[in-house]
Design a protein around this ligand. Structure first.
Ligand SMILES: NC(=O)C1=CN([C@@H]2O[C@H](COP(=O)(O)OP(=O)(O)OC[C@H]3O[C@@H](n4cnc5c(N)ncnc54)[C@H](OP(=O)(O)O)[C@@H]3O)[C@@H](O)[C@H]2O)[C@H](O)CC1
Ligand SMILES: [K+]
Length: 504
């Protein structure tokens, strides 16, 4: 699913009106009908609905919703802010329609706003500003926002929480943005919804399909997409009837150190549950027995060192290599990692300590081969690109890094994003907060390494790997709950996740 900018969203509306023979006012009527349904589904008529409408079409939506709720016998009160004396045509039409159905609780605010007292049982509909916002809110509107946020009422924002920009909020004023409990987004989701710092502003969100022109969406250029199951399923290549283990690649995981053998176990088990033909684990001697016992399906190659990875492995026999889980950052390991990466000519995944090593030895970043997959969490990424003050800045800088290294970056978190060397950002929808636990990343590295070994392209391996990892996490959550979820549960759920993605 594409994510469009607010400017594109406006163009999409105009295109739909021009090409799908629908009048602008009727598109608004469609939006208002869906908004009203979504509201009625959640709250019954015992709640007073207090609607704050702005001067543009976001306000027009809100006024149309007021009429629909009024006609369903909800108790509705409308405050329309008309401080410049300039209302959009569709907003004006809806004000007329509201009056025509005998509605009397309408207040037009031109200067002084006598704020109603809001209680916890009230529902506020925030239709002040939507995709037409062109600067941070200030003055009277900022005061209205603060009053809404200070109230105990539940807040439903139409399209976007008023004051929030759809994409970049680096220069916004946070306290002047509505804190919604629910955002009912019209057409497509906005990029800003996917950023963790906006969670308390956007609340729970839902997209309402008002029938925006598919043709426009297909042709719209965007760098931001949400991966869907329908994008993932076709990527999976079925196994051949006459296949043998040699057909599915030999993966190598360079993982583990003294006290961190578990990371090697987790990544190896996940790798084996993701279709790899053969797996070898290169690990310090101290982990030999552990791995032979816990992962009997894998071969173990001992490093020269008792406790740490110290000497690069020979890569001739492998189709992919994953480096970093539980490696530690000993000087001797750092040198071995840099050398291993510099000379690597097969598909490569760098995770955890391998990334930390490159952030310490930054001058060696250019040794990372083209098309390598880097799988940092926010902390690991910022050790490389520097501290960022918000997600938009972080993603922009990550795109720069992916471009300068010509690498793939899998930035892990809620909405893990796969960034391609060309700067496309694919947001992954699966997964849950239970997966924020040690070892979860090791599992992902194992999965992606398995996919690369089987011959999936880097982009496919990133997208498919993050999707199935999150899906397995969701299956595990259903079994054990978010609090108890541990990395091993994700591995145990991988078979079901793979099965669900491959069944008809
Ligand atoms: N038919 C359609 O196009 C549909 C649109 N939908 C809804 O429409 C909004 C977008 O509507 P739009 O009118 O483009 O924009 P807004 O309602 O968000 O706001 C525009 C007005 O706000 C003023 N503005 C902008 N920023 C500020 C600010 N910081 N402070 C004060 N005023 C501001 C702006 O004035 P200018 O003079 O600056 O232009 C406009 O007056 C979309 O979000 C949907 O809710 C329907 O959903 C479907 C059809
Ligand atoms: K709004």
């Amino acid at each position: 699913m594409k994510i469009l900018t607010c400017t594109q969203q406006k163009e999409a509306d105009e295109y739909t009106i021009a090409h799908n023979s629908i009048l602008s006012i009727n598109l608004m009527e469609k939006a208002a009908t869906l908004l009203t349904d979504a509201i009625c589904k959640r709250w019954d008529k015992s709640h007073r609905i207090v609607i704050f409408a702005g001067p543009g079409n976001n306000g027009g939506d809100a006024v149309a919703v007021a009429r629909m709720l009024h006609l369903k016998s909800y108790q509705v009160e409308v405050f329309l802010f008309n401080v410049t004396g300039k209302l959009s045509d569709d907003c004006l039409t809806n004000i007329r329609r509201l009056h025509e159905c005998g509605f009397t609780s309408y207040h037009e605010v031109t200067s002084q706003f006598d704020a109603p007292k809001l209680t916890a049982h009230d529902i506020v509909i925030d239709g002040l500003f939507g995709s037409g916002l062109n600067k941070p809110l200030s003055g009277g509107f900022a005061a209205v926002v603060k009053y809404i946020n200070a109230s105990a009422a539940k807040v439903v924002s139409i399209d976007v929480p008023s004051g929030l920009m759809g994409e970049d909020n680096s220069y916004n004023i946070r306290q002047n943005i509505v804190q919604a409990d629910i955002t009912l987004s019209i057409g497509l989701p906005k990029l800003a919804f996917l950023f963790p710092e906006n969670e308390e502003l956007v609340g729970e969100w839902e997209v309402l399909d008002i029938g925006i022109s598919q043709e426009y969406i297909e042709n719209a250029e965007t760098r931001y997409l949400i991966t869907e199951e329908k994008d993932i399923r076709p990527l999976i290549t079925p196994r051949h009837k006459f296949a043998h283990k040699g057909n599915y690649g030999h993966g190598l995981l360079i993982t583990g150190s003294y006290g961190m053998g578990g990371a090697a176990v987790l990544s190896a088990r996940a790798c084996l549950r993701s279709g790899v033909g053969l797996l070898t684990i290169h690990t310090p001697v101290c982990n030999h027995t552990l791995l032979q016992t816990c992962v009997p399906e894998a071969m173990v190659e001992d490093d020269v060192h008792e406790r740490f990875f110290a000497e690069p492995a020979e890569l001739d026999n492998y189709q992919a290599v994953g480096i970093g889980c539980g490696l530690g950052q000993e000087e001797i390991t750092a040198q071995a990692v840099i050398e291993q990466v510099r000379d690597c000519e097969i598909p490569l995944v760098l995770d955890a300590d391998a990334l930390n090593i490159f952030s310490t030895y930054r001058n060696n970043l250019s040794y990372i081969p083209k098309n390598t997959i880097l799988t940092p969490h926010i902390g690991e990424l910022e050790r490389i690109i520097g501290r960022c003050s918000n997600s938009y800045e972080r993603i922009s800088k990550a795109k720069d890094l992916a471009n300068s290294l010509q690498c793939y970056i899998v930035l892990k978190g809620a909405w893990t994003v796969v960034i391609t060397p060309e700067g496309l950002c694919h947001f992954n929808p699966t997964g849950n907060p239970g997966m924020a636990t040690g070892g979860s990343g090791d599992v992902l590295t194992g999965i992606i390494t398995a996919l690369l070994a089987q011959g999936y392209s880097e982009e496919e391996a990133c997208k498919l790997g993050t999707y199935v990892h999150g899906l397995a996490g969701d299956i595990a959550r259903n079994k054990v709950g978010e609090i108890s979820l541990k990395a091993g549960d994700i591995i145990e759920a991988l078979p079901e996740a793979w099965k669900s993605l491959t069944k008809n």
